[in-house]
Design a protein around this ligand. Structure first.
Ligand code: FES
Length: 116
């Protein structure tokens, strides 16, 4: 799924037609697109600070690399990051399709494997 990116200078949140929320960070003339909510405790990342290619969550200051989503504060957390592509002359985020819902058992097994 391609989402058109909003115009403007500051971080913005965009909502996909399927309900998923994403954060858009304009940086150095380009854009970075991530999940809107922090994987630690669902802090609103658009309210965070951008420094040295990382977004710092406003709630507990965990830092996430905008290129890879890796957490520099606690390695077990990873932020979803999405490529930006040109489509019909405008930048869009390629956010893929909404993942299928998982059962609690599947979630617990994934958590035990450290997959979130
Ligand atoms: S909710 Fe983001 S660091 Fe805790």
């Amino acid at each position: 799924m391609l989402l058109p990116l909003p115009e403007g200078d500051g971080p913005r949140e965009v909502v996909a037609p399927d309900g998923r929320r994403f954060a858009v960070f304009p940086v150095d003339g380009g854009h970075h697109v991530t999940d809107a909510l922090c994987p630690h405790n669902a802090g609103p990342l658009v309210e965070g600070r951008i420094r040295h290619g990382r977004v710092h969550c406003p709630w507990h200051w965990y830092a996430f690399d905008l290129e890879t989503g890796a957490c520099r504060t606690a390695a077990q957390y990873r932020l979803g990051v999405y490529p930006v592509v040109e489509h019909e002359g405008r930048p869009h985020a390629d956010v893929g399709e909404k993942p299928a819902a998982r059962s609690w058992a599947e979630r617990l097994r994934a958590h035990a494997r450290g997959e979130g």
